[in-house]
Design a protein around this ligand. Structure first.
Ligand code: GLN
Length: 514
């Protein structure tokens, strides 16, 4: 039998099992990541390791690089051996153990590094394969696939939003171990949720052996099987996927490097110490930003969970417990924050803004493609690159008053908010769309591997970004902060123009996929 036929709001019910699993996984990933450098550079008295900024950034760069390199291997293992479902479970288990290990950092510092290693390995098994599963829920050429990936992308960002907010807050205000531990608890929930929900997928994601046997059976019974795609079509499509991956290196190079240079800009060059009316106003904004998404996420997800999980009482229970905990923590954070007078906008606040913009803009983007204008893949990629470039142009403009070589300044933080807005809009044009195209253009047999390659593009971007980031000081001293930001406005802009120029050829090479 194939997949459970149940549909929820026009999408296969299985999408939402993947949605929740990915949401909790990203909760832990981004929650832990928000703590990582903060923990390393905190003083021993504050429970940290008192590392230098540079050393901490290096470890952070290596971690975020390797996390996206291992999907290459994980995707291959799923293609050849385990199938996607088993690979996702193995990956989730390894990551849960990784988080557990990190929570014991106080017992022996070795546990910290063991934890990071396990997370790198676990993510390799998890990330490419859960992304492959999403596309496999839809029939070939289904027009719903793009929308499916956009919904999935909202799950990613609902998770990262809550994770950065809560793990970051608890780690910093209560204790690092609690923050690391909380990340692990939700990874565990995500795993259980997938384990108990996996029957919904039927044969999808089974081992390659089982799928082959299923195929042979169909042939024997003269049932319809997937058409064989001619070699030249496969080759052309792979060329297009490769070009998309190269474009995504440029995008994530700007986008993630944004992480490095933008947090320096946030930390040293913007005015974030608020007092009087502006402090009160900010407190309101922060409270709204905290409460509103939690309410929306909770209502939508609980309603969906009830619809999908009718047959899976245990999964409802896990979902309910998770949201219960999230709610209590969220409210407690808000109550603690309210009533404090002067306030400083933390540098991490801006990162959360990215997830917030994605959650709030995603469905409008997906409607826009559906109803107003649905350009081809290369054009959507170009739009993504242009938007990230515009974000940097805004930063370059905002930073243009900073005197050359200045170590600090107090530029308005509105430039950062504007930049994060454009970056998030760009991300929505490129990243979920990219996942969908990898799924549509790749041969089924190598799907995991090609998703591995897609994430590998992020790894390459992170490595190059780390390298360029180490020159920030030098470039800003010799030229200016503005000059540095302009590089990231121009490079994606030029790449976008190239994509638009080659759009007709690329479209032809996709052979009917759009
Ligand atoms: N924010 C997305 C995620 O976590 C994008 C990751 C990436 O491709 N670099 O899945």
């Amino acid at each position: 039998q194939g997949i459970d036929d149940k549909m929820v709001n026009g999408h296969p019910a299985g999408l939402f099992v993947l949605f929740f699993t990915e949401m909790w996984e990203r909760f832990s990933y981004y929650g832990m990541r928000a703590l990582l450098t903060l923990f390393l550079i905190s003083t021993i008295a504050d429970g940290g390791w008192e590392w230098s900024n540079e050393r901490a950034m290096k470890l952070y760069g290596a971690y975020t690089g390797f996390v996206y390199l291992t999907p290459l291997i994980g995707g291959m293992i799923a293609d050849k051996l385990t199938g996607f479902k088993k690979a996702i479970l193995i990956g989730a288990l390894i990551m849960t153990l990784g988080h557990l290990s990190m929570a014991f950092e106080g017992v022996n510092s070795g546990f910290f590094f063991l934890g990071l290693l396990l997370m790198i390995l676990g993510n390799g098994m998890f990330k490419p394969n859960i992304s492959s599963m999403v596309g496999n829920l839809y029939p070939d050429k289904s027009a719903k696939k793009d929308a499916g990936y956009t919904i999935f992308y909202m799950g990613i960002n609902a998770g990262s939003f809550l994770g950065m907010l809560l793990c970051g807050y608890i780690g910093e205000k209560i204790g690092w171990h609690y923050g690391f531990g909380l990340a692990g608890v939700f990874m565990f929930f995500g795993m259980l949720q997938f384990y108990f929900g996996q029957n919904i997928f039927g044969i999808i994601g089974d081992s390659p052996k089982a799928i082959q046997a299923h195929h042979d059976e169909k042939v024997k019974n003269h049932e319809e099987v997937d058409e064989v795609i001619p070699g030249n079509v496969v080759r052309d499509r792979l060329v297009v996927v490769t070009i998309f991956m190269l474009a995504s290196v440029v995008f994530f190079l700007s986008f993630e490097q944004a992480g490095g240079s933008m947090s320096i800009f946030a930390k040293d060059y913007t005015q974030r110490l608020l007092s009087g009316d502006s402090a009160v106003a900010f407190k309101w904004i922060d409270t709204i930003l905290t409460i509103v998404p939690i309410v929306i996420v909770t209502i939508v997800l609980t309603a969906l969970a009830r619809k999908i999980y009718k047959q899976y009482p245990l999964t409802i229970l896990f979902t309910a417990i998770s949201f219960g905990i999230i709610w209590c923590l969220g409210l407690w954070k808000v109550f603690r924050e309210i009533g404090i007078t002067g306030s400083e906008v933390g540098a991490s606040w801006f990162q959360i803004l990215n997830a917030f913009f994605i959650i709030s803009l995603a469905s409008s983007f997906s409607k826009f493609w559906e109803k107003v204008w649905n350009p081809s893949g290369p054009v959507k990629f170009a739009l993504g690159l242009l938007l990230v470039g515009i974000g940097f142009a805004a930063l370059a403009y905002g930073a243009s008053d900073i005197p050359q070589g200045a170590k600090t300044a107090s530029v308005s933080m509105i430039w950062l908010v504007i930049a994060y807005f454009f970056h998030s809009a760009g991300e929505l044009c490129l990243s979920p769309v990219g996942l969908s195209y990898v799924s549509k253009l790749s041969p089924k047999k190598f799907l995991g591997l090609l998703f591995g390659c897609w994430f590998c593009a992020s790894a390459i971007a992170n490595f190059i970004g780390g390298f360029l980031g180490s020159y920030i000081d030098k470039i800003t001293e010799e030229h200016s902060m503005s000059y540095f930001f302009m590089i990231f406005a121009i490079v994606p802009g030029v790449t976008a123009l190239l994509l638009i120029a080659f759009n007709p050829i690329l479209k032809k090479m996709m052979h009917g996929i759009n």
